[in-house]
Design a protein around this ligand. Sequence first.
Ligand code: GLU
Length: 447
Amino acid sequence: MNVDEQVSNYYNLLLKRNAGEPEFHQAVSEVLDSLKVVLAKDPHYADYGLIQRLCEPERQLIFRVPWVDDKGTVQVNRGFRVQFNSALGPYKGGLRFHPSVNLGIIKFLGFEQIFKNSLTGLPIGGAKGGSDFDPKGRSEAEIMRFCQSFMTELFRHIGEYRDVPAGDIGVGGREIGFLFGQYRRLVNQHESGVLTGKGLTWGGSLVRTEATGYGAVYLTNEMMAAHNDSLDGKRVIVSGSGNVAIYATAKAQELGATVIGFSDSSGWVHTPNGVDVAKLREIKDQRRERVSVYADEIKDATFHSTGSLWSLTADVALPCATQNELNGEHANMLADNGVRFVAEGANMPSTADAIEVFRERGIYFAPGKAANAGGVATSALEMQQNASRDSWSFDYTDSRLQTIMSNIFKSIDRTAREYGHEGNYVVGANIAGFRKVADAMLAQGVI
Ligand code: GLU
């Protein structure tokens, strides 16, 4: 059997055993495609059922999350934790609270997390969790009760050496606080290493809040430097307006770029003269309002509920919102309008078609598992600080983050070359992330 047949057999079996999970199929298909060159060169990577084991989570938890809303009505949500792979370290990955969450979404995110976490060079396995709970329009008391109910089941499955959740969409510092409080109460211990993204006075790390956005920009800068370019003076489109988008915007502008647009699920804002980051943070973080409010309050900004943010003329695009927000048509718009570099701040924001267009049209593209790894990497730095009961300065932590992002870029660049795909950072990231996990799995036997 040749490698193509071998890989398509793995994939067909996976489709059959995981029906109705298109995002999971998409994430696996991209990785398996990249692995063809690895298997052709080193067939031992298929030994001991390695590929089948890699695509099957070690453990998948689904649980009921009942809670009482402000009107006294009982609400029932579904909670998930997919502990995908712990060959490199304790399971690590965020929690997402969003109505679109289902098992397939959590599996795709958990699968991506294995390779992302491996690329950081730090000892962390891959996992993801969350709930179909919709925080939009909920009071703080409702969010607290939901978090407490969620943790009342999750607590028995996590721990400093077992599984360390953090935030993702819909889970920020406030939610991590409520989750940590309930965990601490249930186990009767202040086990700070059990969650990351904590508050600074109770075990959190400086730079964790900024890390995913900053990291994405550090990696973009490295990628641009490799092609004799830089962010200075460039126009950048950033999608989303959450934590990742806000700090990607802040760092890109600090490095001399102008961020000309951002978005949320209601529409997008054109900001031809750049973004007032303090204002955006106030609107999103403190007031928890929609992006249209930014355009109401800042005079050179305009809000659009139709059309596409990706139609703006720019040099760089940083999709930082959510999965599959950028399709083939959008990718062509970006190429037509001058974009040369794309780096994913979100998880899998580009569809397979979009990635194909980037490749065909000569756009340098850094996939999320490399570009957004700064968040989880800084979570691992938070775990190091917790383990040593220490807290590091902002500058020191930021310099560690910069080194990690620079090493990730070097590793995906080198690996892409090694396998004959120079400049293809999808192949580079998938293979570099895979090899480390695969070597550990082979060394540890069939488990
Ligand atoms: N949710 C983030 C991610 O997608 C961060 C995970 C973490 O810090 O554990 O990588």
